[in-house]
Design a protein around this ligand. Structure first.
Ligand code: ADP
Length: 165
């Protein structure tokens, strides 16, 4: 069975990677999909995000990383996936995700949204927290995969230099 795991991943965190690892054990194939998120001003371009995620998931043989301009359900259909994986951290995620899941069900009844509880260690973790911490020079080694740590630090430095110029 095939699933997709959509999101912004700006950047991928250890919380995302925890979900990817667990989902990759349940499904034969998992597509991690970087979607367009119009409300978010992103740190990394979509190409960069795809590259960063690809680096982190190379050890999982059944995970493919792509980007899409489509809605999650359309992308799922395109990939012959019957499941959309969502990670749930707290009650605050639930409202929004539940709404999206119901809307998706209306669009395509053949695709199920499956919620996975965040790993215990990662319930507080979001890409926004990572960016905020990195911006203030805090240590983010426990938040992002080691494979991308330098990229995040360099990008934040580069942004700061741009702002101060
Ligand atoms: P965010 O910017 O909030 O980190 P994304 O759009 O990148 O969110 O998240 C993609 C998916 O991963 C969503 O289903 C989101 O709920 C989930 N997710 C985000 N962070 C975590 C985490 N720390 N643990 C589990 N799931 C997470």
């Amino acid at each position: 069975m095939t699933a997709i795991y959509p999101g912004s991943f700006d950047p991928i965190t250890l919380g995302h990677l925890n979900i990817i690892r667990r989902a990759s054990k349940i499904f034969d194939r998992l597509y991690v999909c970087v979607l367009v998120n119009s409300d978010k001003n992103t740190l990394f371009t979509r190409n960069e995000r795809v590259e960063l995620i690809t680096r982190c998931v190379s050890r999982f043989g059944n995970v493919v990383v792509e980007m899409s301009d489509d809605l999650g359900v359309s992308y799922a259909r395109e990939k012959n996936a019957s499941v959309i994986i969502k990670g749930l951290r707290a009650v605050s995620d639930f409202d929004r995700e539940f709404q999206i899941a119901l809307a998706n069900k209306k669009i395509d009844d053949g695709i199920e949204t499956l919620f996975m509880a965040a790993g215990e260690k990662y319930t507080y973790l979001s890409s926004t927290v990572v960016k905020e911490m990195a911006n203030y020079g805090a240590d983010i080694t426990e938040f992002v995969p080691v494979e991308i740590l330098e990229d995040v630090l360099a990008k934040v430095r580069q942004n700061k230099a741009g702002q101060n110029a």
